[in-house]
Design a protein around this ligand. Sequence first.
Ligand SMILES: Cc1cc2nc3c(=O)[nH]c(=O)nc-3n(C[C@H](O)[C@H](O)[C@H](O)COP(=O)(O)OP(=O)(O)OC[C@H]3O[C@@H](n4cnc5c(N)ncnc54)[C@H](O)[C@@H]3O)c2cc1C
Ligand SMILES: *[C@@H]1O[C@H](CO)[C@@H](O)[C@H](O)[C@H]1NC(C)=O
Ligand SMILES: *[C@@H]1O[C@H](CO)[C@@H](O)[C@H](O)[C@H]1NC(C)=O
Ligand SMILES: *[C@@H]1O[C@H](CO)[C@@H](O)[C@H](O)[C@H]1NC(C)=O
Ligand SMILES: *[C@@H]1O[C@H](CO)[C@@H](O)[C@H](O)[C@H]1NC(C)=O
Ligand SMILES: *[C@@H]1O[C@H](CO)[C@@H](O)[C@H](O)[C@H]1NC(C)=O
Ligand SMILES: *[C@@H]1O[C@H](CO)[C@@H](O)[C@H](O)[C@H]1NC(C)=O
Length: 634
Amino acid sequence: MSVLLIQCIHMFLLLISFSSNTFSVPLEQIGHQQNSELVPQGLYNASDMVEVLTVNNFNRKIYGSNRSWLVEFYNTWCGHCQRYAPTYKAVANYFKNCKDIFIVAAVDCSNDINQQLCRNFEIMGYPTLRYFHENYVEGPGNLGLNVLRDGAENVDGNIKIVLNTLQLEQKNNRAKMLPYLHAYEHSDISKIFDKAKQEVQFAFLVLEDDDTMLGIEAALTFHKVPNIFITYSQKSNNVLARSLNFNEFPSLIIIRGGATKPVVEESFQKIHNVKEYIINFLKRKDINVDTYLSYNEKDLKNVQDNNKTKTLIEQDIIKKVKAMGDVVFQMDLETTLRFLLGREVSRNKVIEGEKLLALRDLLKVLTKYFPLSKKGILFLNDLSSKLTNTDSIRGAEISVLIKNSEREGQLIWSSPKQWLGCKGSTAGHRGYPCGVWTMFHYLTVNAADYNKGRRQVNPKEILMAMHGYIKNFFGCAECSQHFQKMAAERKIEQVSSLNESVLWLWKAHNEVNERLAGDLTEDPAYPKRQFPTVERCPPCRYNNGSWNENEVEKYIKHMYSSINIRYMSSDTKILHMGLEDSSYNSSRVLDSIDSSMLLILYFSSFLLLIILVRMFLKRGYRKKPYVHDLLGKV
Ligand SMILES: Cc1cc2nc3c(=O)[nH]c(=O)nc-3n(C[C@H](O)[C@H](O)[C@H](O)COP(=O)(O)OP(=O)(O)OC[C@H]3O[C@@H](n4cnc5c(N)ncnc54)[C@H](O)[C@@H]3O)c2cc1C
Ligand SMILES: *[C@@H]1O[C@H](CO)[C@@H](O)[C@H](O)[C@H]1NC(C)=O
Ligand SMILES: *[C@@H]1O[C@H](CO)[C@@H](O)[C@H](O)[C@H]1NC(C)=O
Ligand SMILES: *[C@@H]1O[C@H](CO)[C@@H](O)[C@H](O)[C@H]1NC(C)=O
Ligand SMILES: *[C@@H]1O[C@H](CO)[C@@H](O)[C@H](O)[C@H]1NC(C)=O
Ligand SMILES: *[C@@H]1O[C@H](CO)[C@@H](O)[C@H](O)[C@H]1NC(C)=O
Ligand SMILES: *[C@@H]1O[C@H](CO)[C@@H](O)[C@H](O)[C@H]1NC(C)=O
């Protein structure tokens, strides 16, 4: 009986998927928006002071350059990178007038084209800052100097770290194209011209507090102005301040050279804007400073906001996807897996030891539960046995496998590499991390579904596979740390059934949601609330507000179940008939459905067919309906 039913269902699915061409969003329709997400716009663009480097210009710009470079290797979707971006822009802004000698730049490692570049530089955590001194040469081990970061909100702290790096470089006899960056540490002004060039006429001495950087900033800003020398002394060198009779900061002392002994020409105490005083003084000496500046001071407030307006069609997709409620899209699952393998795993130079074990475990559960076409499962199986039969594998090798799987005619993936349910309202929001949560929720639920009533399954197989992946591969280092800590606190080891693992992950995810609520990385269109919300699942909470876990489990199991997957703009032909030969087996998605479910499916398929036929009669056959049509119907 059930075999017969399966056959019937297949016939109908066949019919539906055949006609579903009229339903699917034409792939190119979604494909043309690729720039917004998968070839990400990145966190910086031309209007920032941050120079955008890619694999296409990196070598040309960095190697043999007469400037030195600070390069941030980042990842658009990593929350830490997003929080750090405004600060990095401020750092770039600080150095904006010395782009001829020192450049602040960034490489987006989440952009496919830069993958190899980031791998070559062995970037394992985001963001990573590297300093490349002038005349840098390409070579093994020449990966730039690691530069630490201060807290994401601390602009001054981050600038100081960069300045310290530059000062150290000068101590090492490099960075000579930069102005002299060390403090003036004598007790009087007699040696003020020692570090200056012969022809210098005026020295500007900035006396400042220990935690400000006004002198260096001025020196960098005015480094092209001829015949001047700018230096500074900090409050802690109080001998100099006292000998000059200055006790208010910041102060500026202008000293004339050329005579037998330096003499103070002018001085100002407790001034607001050191640079303005320098400009005014030079103007009085008929030097037009503006011509030596790359950027006018008026542009200083050129603070960038991340308001990247989306095209109307994208906003519309988001709106309609949101209106569909808590659902899972095949497209998000596939996109997540392609990212995971093609970018996260491939980023590693060599995968061995613990990493290899973690990857094997992950592939094992993916092969078992991930919803893919037959050919897709074969692909995962092949990869899985490759990993089992080796002690180490190169990331580049996996990268090639994934690239090949994307080729036309492979029938491995059913959808464009795009986000749908995980699409953020602006670039840099949601996307991959959202996909990772979705995928692992899906896996916990389907492992529980699939193994219902079976004994001898490992109740922790999904959670441990997730843990191994997050620990060893997840590019957001901060998230990984948090997750590992949380897993230990929530005793992931003690999860004793697959049902329990569904709720374990739900609770853990809610803890993260709570922590991130109101965070800068929050997508305003998707505020972080405790899941599921009261509106979506009223019975999930008791009257007293506490969770009704039975209802929550029901809700989550329904939401993430394989039969509830939405195939919007996925090609169901690929999904259900990946192998166009006689050995075509019932898809695993159907395997896990019991016969009562099949009956329902049978009748709903029939109903859908009738609706379809009616629609055809009414509206005629349209080859490529607009995406809105489809969205309106689901
Ligand atoms: C393991 C892990 C750890 C992370 N740690 C951090 C971190 O420390 N700091 C940081 O800034 N970012 C972290 N992130 C990213 C962050 O959790 C979000 O993924 C990201 O901010 C995108 O949020 P989102 O709005 O798309 O929703 P997400 O939180 O990504 O959720 C995706 C979807 O899952 C569903 N969902 C939400 N909550 C639950 C739940 N409790 N149970 C079941 N389904 C649910 C919803 O449909 C939601 O749209 C982490 C991500 C992962 C995968
Ligand atoms: C540095 O090189 C650039 C070209 O790469 C050139 O235009 C510039 O003049 C050089 N600067 C110095 C100080 O040599
Ligand atoms: C850069 O981003 C800003 C907003 O962050 C936007 O206004 C501007 O148009 C963008 N410029 C380019 C060249 O993309
Ligand atoms: C983006 O900027 C425009 C005008 O600059 C503004 O009207 C709009 O509200 C902004 N959008 C967001 C999401 O901030
Ligand atoms: C898991 O929960 C389902 C109901 O959602 C139940 O039918 C099944 O028996 C449970 N499995 C175990 C092993 O408790
Ligand atoms: C809330 O109500 C439920 C059922 O009525 C009960 O089991 C639970 O203990 C209550 N929780 C609190 C915090 O009172
Ligand atoms: C079809 O599935 C059955 C059991 O599920 C399996 O034994 C058989 O090998 C499969 N055939 C093919 C060609 O995959």
